[in-house]
Write a protein that binds this ligand. Structure first.
Ligand code: C5P
Length: 223
């Protein structure tokens, strides 16, 4: 059946933003809404896959049939993704993971005082990179939200993160990126080719990405 091309396959998808605590009432986050990741999860379920959706806090209904694992911080997201990675045939990282978190989490609410306040930050773990290092035969797909020099950044990420595909969008373009229901992406593949897609609904972008994933899984099986 053409439309159940992912039956028997397990997909691990990260989606949404992360929240990095400053104190009990404050956190650092970003504008990710989770729409792209949830769209991929929904399409993958329709294509017959088992889907683990590791999601930061978003205001979306999880696609029915997907197994939702709710997380908050980058570290939580890493741990949850790691726990499913061995079982996964495909890992798709759509999450906008915080690159930095506060170095110290204050146990009590920080009180305001006169003058400036500095916040010391430390790097979080790069989930896609770390899973890329552990990759056995998983197909790994990353996203790249860029504002300039999209192709170079995407190709750099393909290599650095040991990914099979990087889905790049220029978030400055109208109709692309955070919060929109549409996206304009180019899929950069490990074999050096790329696919430039026009403006389309995120569900259609999802389907295009998953069609490429199916091709890569077939190639793996034929070796
Ligand atoms: O390096 P950059 O953040 O631009 O890479 C984006 C890709 O890496 C996305 O697929 C994103 O989900 C993933 N990523 C991650 N963990 C991080 C940072 C990015 O999985 N800490």
């Amino acid at each position: 059946n053409q439309s159940r091309e992912l039956s028997g396959k397990t997909l691990l998808i990260t989606a949404g933003p992360t929240r990095e605590k400053i104190d009990p009432v404050r956190f650092l986050t970003n504008h990710s809404t989770g729409k792209m990741g949830y769209a991929i999860a929904g399409e993958a379920v329709k294509m017959g896959a088992r889907v683990f959706l590791v999601s930061g806090p978003v205001n979306l209904e999880p696609p029915s049939g997907a197994e939702l694992i709710k997380v908050e911080s980058a570290e939580d997201m890493y741990q949850a993704a790691l726990a499913q990675f061995d079982e996964a045939d495909v890992m798709i990282g759509t999450a906008a993971v915080a690159d930095y978190r506060p170095k110290y989490i204050y146990e009590e609410k920080m009180k305001k005082k006169e003058g400036d306040q500095a916040l010391e930050l430390e790097r979080t773990r790069d989930i896609l990179f770390e899973l890329g290092q552990m990759k056995k035969d998983q197909v790994i797909v990353g996203f790249a939200a860029e504002t300039n020099d999209v192709e170079n950044h995407a190709k750099g990420k393909l290599a650095r993160k040991n990914a099979d595909m990087i889905v790049a969008n220029n978030v400055k373009q109208e109709g692309a990126g955070f919060g929109a229901d549409t996206n304009i992406v180019t899929i950069y593949k490990k074999d050096g080719t790329n696919i430039e897609l026009p403006l389309m609904p995120k569900a259609d972008v999802a389907r295009n990405i998953l069609t490429e994933v199916v091709q890569l899984l077939k190639k793996d099986e034929s070796i």
